[in-house]
Design a binder for this molecule. Structure first.
Ligand code: NAD
Ligand code: MG
Length: 424
């Protein structure tokens, strides 16, 4: 079990309480690099068939002896999942899509090794909250990852958080639950991992600077954007990721969600967060201090590094991720974001300022709109328009319960359908 106690946060705006563990926050009776956890550390990877999930499996494999695979999950893609089960041999494998007939067939197969099969979200939650798991890699895409993220922190597990939507939708609830159980939330998102590493003390921070690649359409003429096809939006220049986050990168909704994520994780007000376009994706983000010093984290774009950091923190272990090549010339550039090209970004700042139900509504509207775009029912440029309209028409509540957030999620998805129908 992870027994590390998270210190109370060093926030600037009082009301937000982050349970993130800062780099100097190791338990009083341990040294950095020495945690009171079981060795090997037992890892659950939720969403193992996805882009982050596959990288997480590689990281665990490359740390045999210090990390051990306890549980994996997926929703569909059962052939790949079965291969992963046979290759990586978790103790338990869970398919969350329990109503699918293919899942029933998968469940009825025999397991060649000593691993168990299970189906459904409840089975997954039971698996990750038991004593066989120390760290949960939250790599499910979308709000579908929220319940498992919450359950993990409620049970004091370290949450290696890739699923930014959990924080966007229910940041306040997730942090309160983590605070109560002394669970650690360690960011896997590369920008937040960078800030986590560069952050000495929140009180001394002037601003944090999130870098954005600008996505595949950053150099397109503005008037062409509405003609972008699915293939255009999915052709990311620097990162290979799942479809939803890749479309979010094209609209820069991904950075909007990351502004909200940073606000919750680090307790930093929206006014102290800035986004710059950095096409090379080498500087993963920066912290600017009062005195003008800027501390950045650099590495080639490879998610294995932040995943490994979240799994092995506070130690730093040998990595399989690509390294910087200091013998090759490399130019690093950045420039400001054009709000006309990326209207979604402003919505993230608005949500980080207003909080309450706004995150749940923006996230759900975006998930629904991205789905419509991927079904060729709306244009890429409609995504931000739909999200803005739904966000501005929702019934705001400042202190929502989980049930209220999930109701707002449902409402926002229906509103996007109505918005789309009104266009037809
Ligand atoms: P992906 O689409 O490649 O994989 C998603 C995984 O979630 C799959 O294993 C799938 O089976 C599972 N899943 C899908 N729907 C589900 C549902 N309803 N219930 C349970 N499981 C479900 O996505 P990804 O690119 O790996 O991203 C995963 C998360 O990590 C997202 O929140 C994303 O924003 C975040 N993230 C990804 C990257 C990246 O490089 N891919 C970087 C930073 C953050
Ligand atoms: Mg990111």
């Amino acid at each position: 079990m992870v027994t590390s106690a998270a210190k109370p946060p060093k926030t600037q705006h009082g009301s937000s309480v982050s349970s993130i563990v800062y780099p100097d926050d190791h338990p009083a009776d341990t040294e950095p690099g020495e945690l009171r956890v079981s060795v090997p550390r037992k890892v659950a990877i939720l969403g193992s068939t996805g882009s982050i999930g596959k990288s997480a499996l590689e990281v665990v494999k490359s740390h045999a002896g210090s990390l051990e695979l306890s549980c994996i999950s997926c929703h569909r893609q059962l052939d790949l999942f079965e291969q992963q089960c046979r290759e990586y041999r978790p103790r338990i494998a869970v398919v969350t899509d329990e109503c699918n007939p293919k899942t029933h067939r998968w469940l009825s197969q025999s397991s060649p090794e000593s691993w168990h099969r299970a189906a459904g979200e409840e089975a997954l939650i039971q698996a990750i909250t038991g004593p066989e798991v120390d760290v949960v890699v939250a790599a499910i895409v979308g709000v579908a990852g929220l319940r498992s993220s919450l359950a993990a922190v409620e049970h004091g597990k370290r949450l290696a958080l890739a699923n930014k939507e959990s924080l966007v939708v229910a940041g306040e609830l997730l942090l309160a639950a983590a605070k109560k159980s002394c669970a650690e939330i360690i960011p896997v998102d590369s920008e937040h991992c960078a800030i986590f590493q560069a952050l000495e003390s929140v009180e001394l921070v002037d601003r944090i600077i999130l870098t954005a690649s600008g996505g595949p359409l950053r150099d397109w003429p503005l008037e062409q954007l509405e003609k972008a096809t699915i293939a255009d939006a999915l052709a990311h220049p620097t990162w290979s990721m799942g479809r939803k986050i890749t479309v979010d990168s094209a609209t820069m909704m991904n950075k909007a969600l990351e502004v909200i994520e940073a606000h919750w994780l680090f307790g930093i007000p929206a006014e102290q967060i800035q986004v710059v376009i950095h096409p090379q994706s080498i500087i993963h983000s920066m912290v600017e201090y009062r005195d003008g010093s800027v501390i950045a984290q650099l590495s080639p774009p490879d998610m294995k590094l932040p995943i490994q950091y979240a799994l092995t923190y506070p130690t730093r272990t040998q990595a399989t991720a690509k390294r910087m090549d200091w013998n090759s010339p490399q130019a690093l550039t950045w420039y400001p974001v054009d709000p006309q090209r990326y209207p979604a970004l402003e919505l993230g700042f608005e949500v980080a300022r207003r909080r309450g139900t706004c995150g749940a509504v923006l996230n759900a509207a975006n998930e629904a709109a991205v789905e419509l775009f991927l079904q060729s029912k709306i244009r890429l440029t409609d995504i931000a328009k739909a999200c803005r309209s739904v966000l501005h028409h929702h019934n705001f509540a400042s202190n929502p319960s989980l049930e209220e957030l999930l109701e707002q999620d449902l409402w926002a998805r229906q509103e996007v359908m109505r918005w789309n129908n009104s266009l037809c």
